[in-house]
Design a protein around this ligand. Structure first.
Ligand code: AMP
Length: 198
C-alpha cells in the first residue's frame, strides 16, 4: 500500500472532475495540477502567459500543445509533486499524451491510474449552464461550452483508449451525489493498491 500516486482525472467539462480531483488529491496528500486553473490564474494576474492565452480560453479553443506541456513539466518538477500528483485537464489530446509520456519516462515514472468520470453530454451541458449562471466564468457562454464539449469528444476521448490499452483506466459513473462518486473513485483506486492516507 502507498499513499503516493500519479493520477489523471478525465471527463467532459461539467462532469465534476475539478471537485472530485481536489478531494482525491487531498486524500493522497498530493497536489492537483490543473492546466485550466494555471491559465486562469495567469489571466487574472495579467502575466505574459495570461495575455497570450486569454482569447484562446474565451473562445473555448485549446492552448498550443508545446506551451501547455512546458508549463506542466515545469509544475511537475516542484518538490511537492515528487511523490505524486493529480493531473486535471492535461493531457487533453494524443499529442499531449506523447509529450507527458516522454517527460515521465525520462524520470522513470508513469501514471498509476486514469479516473474517467462518465457523464452524458446532456447532463454536462446542463451543469455547465448552471455554473455559468452561478460563477459567471467568461468561457461559459453557450457557444464556448458547446465547442469545449465537441473538442472533448473529438480530441480528448481518444486518449482514453491509449490509456485503456495500458490497463490503467477506471471508468466511474459520474452521475450521483458528490459523496457517492468520491466513494466510487476511492474504491476503484484501492483495487489498484492505491490507498488514501485519510
Ligand atoms: P478547463 O478548466 O480544464 O476546462 O480548461 C479551461 C480552458 O483552458 C480550456 O478550454 C482551454 O482553452 C485551456 N486548457 C486547459 N487545459 C488545456 C490543455 N491541456 N491543452 C490546451 N488547452 C488547455
Amino acid at each position: 500500500m502507498t499513499s503516493s500516486a500519479r493520477l489523471l482525472i478525465v471527463g467532459p467539462q461539467g462532469s465534476g472532475k475539478g471537485t472530485q480531483g481536489v478531494l482525491v488529491a487531498e486524500g493522497f496528500g498530493i497536489p492537483v495540477v490543473s492546466t485550466g486553473d494555471i491559465f486562469r490564474a495567469n489571466i487574472k494576474e495579467g502575466t505574459e502567459l495570461g495575455q497570450q492565452v486569454t482569447a484562446i480560453l474565451d473562445a473555448g479553443d485549446l492552448v498550443p500543445d508545446e506551451l501547455t506541456s512546458a508549463i506542466v513539466r515545469d509544475r511537475l518538477t516542484h518538490e511537492d509533486a515528487a511523490h505524486g500528483f493529480l493531473l486535471d485537464g492535461y493531457p487533453r489530446n494524443t499529442a499531449q499524451v506523447a509529450q507527458l509520456d516522454e517527460f515521465l519516462t525520462g524520470r522513470g515514472e508513469a501514471l498509476d491510474a486514469v479516473i474517467l468520470l462518465d457523464v452524458p453530454r446532456e447532463e454536462s451541458l446542463e451543469r455547465l449552464r448552471l455554473r455559468a449562471i452561478e460563477q459567471g466564468r467568461s468561457d461559459d457562454t453557450d457557444e464556448a461550452i458547446a465547442k469545449r464539449l465537441d473538442i472533448y469528444e473529438q480530441e480528448t476521448a481518444p486518449i482514453i483508449s491509449v490509456y485503456a490499452e495500458r490497463g490503467i483506466v477506471d471508468r466511474i459513473d459520474g452521475v450521483g451525489s458528490l459523496d457517492e462518486i468520491t466513494e466510487r473513485i476511492a474504491a476503484a483506486l484501492a483495487v489498484r493498491g492505491l490507498a488514501q492516507r485519510v
